[in-house]
Design a protein around this ligand. Structure first.
Ligand SMILES: CC(C)(COP(=O)(O)OP(=O)(O)OC[C@H]1O[C@@H](n2cnc3c(N)ncnc32)[C@H](O)[C@@H]1OP(=O)(O)O)[C@@H](O)C(=O)NCCC(=O)NCCS
Ligand SMILES: Nc1ncnc2c1ncn2[C@@H]1O[C@H](COP(=O)(O)OP(=O)(O)O)[C@@H](O)[C@H]1O
Length: 195
């Protein structure tokens, strides 16, 4: 199975772009959603995260997202330790998912694809970009967050220019119509490459 990584910083428009590929019939795996599901249901992950971050990591048995985000995005040591607990499980979950798909390729959406070396498992990588100021504006509208929280997350992610260097395709996501068109063109280029 051909795996196409879809990445981009927080608020760049990965999920928006992923929907375009879904509309073209391509299955999409959203690593962050699956990671959170695993963190909620895996007893092993739960035990390890509580050992790392304390009892506050879960509230009434559910992942305490705001507490965890406050710790890991302000301390790289915790972020790296948490990634080491969660990412191998997500990788195994993805492997099981991908063999069940029956299309010419699949999309794997990962915010930190390059940062965690996940690009090595992808045949092609698409990076979604948008200016930082626009991304912040979008996130203030999308989430109950603050500019400071968004900037703390951005500090733990590669810059667009760094990601572009290692990408096969780039989608500049400013105008939605143009984004749709770019996704459509890339879809056909990928089909041409793999057929
Ligand atoms: C910390 C956490 C609990 C916060 O949950 P939340 O408040 O619901 O926030 P989100 O999951 O929307 O994360 C906010 C942003 O943080 C970024 N992010 C998530 N995990 C990250 C990580 N390990 N390193 C760096 N940035 C990360 C993403 O850009 C994400 O936004 P996007 O998906 O819109 O790009 C959640 O992000 C998490 O569980 N992260 C660990 C899982 C993980 O590593 N996911 C990455 C793909 S495997
Ligand atoms: N081109 C665009 N124009 C206006 N709003 C957009 C555009 N692209 C994405 N958005 C909005 O910006 C927010 C962030 O986009 P999203 O796809 O969730 O980004 P990511 O998954 O990279 O964090 C969402 O609320 C989305 O609806």
């Amino acid at each position: 199975m051909i795996i196409v990584g879809l990445t981009g910083g927080i608020g760049s428009g990965k999920t928006t772009v992923a929907k375009e590929f879904e509309a073209l019939g391509i299955p999409v795996y959203i690593a962050d959603i699956e990671a959170k599901k695993l963190m909620n249901r895996s007893k092993v992950i739960k035990r390890k995260l509580i050992a790392l971050l304390g009892e506050n990591a879960y509230l009434e048995g559910k992942l305490n997202r705001s507490y965890i985000a406050g710790v890991i995005f302000n301390d790289k040591t915790y972020l790296e330790k948490m990634n080491a607990i969660v990412h191998p499980k997500v990788a195994r979950h993805f492997e099981k998912w991908v063999v069940k798909q029956n299309t010419s390729y699949v999309i794997k959406e990962v915010a930190i694809l390059f940062e965690n070396g996940g690009d090595a498992q992808c045949d092609y990588v698409i990076t979604v970009t948008a200016p930082k100021a626009i991304r912040i504006q979008r996130l203030l509208k999308r989430d109950n967050t603050s500019k400071e929280k968004v900037e703390a997350i951005m500090k733990n992610q590669w810059s667009d220019s760094e990601k572009i260097k290692y990408s096969d395709f780039v989608i500049v996501n400013e105008n939605l119509e143009e984004t749709r068109l770019q996704a459509y063109k890339i879809h056909h280029k990928i089909l041409q490459k793999i057929q």
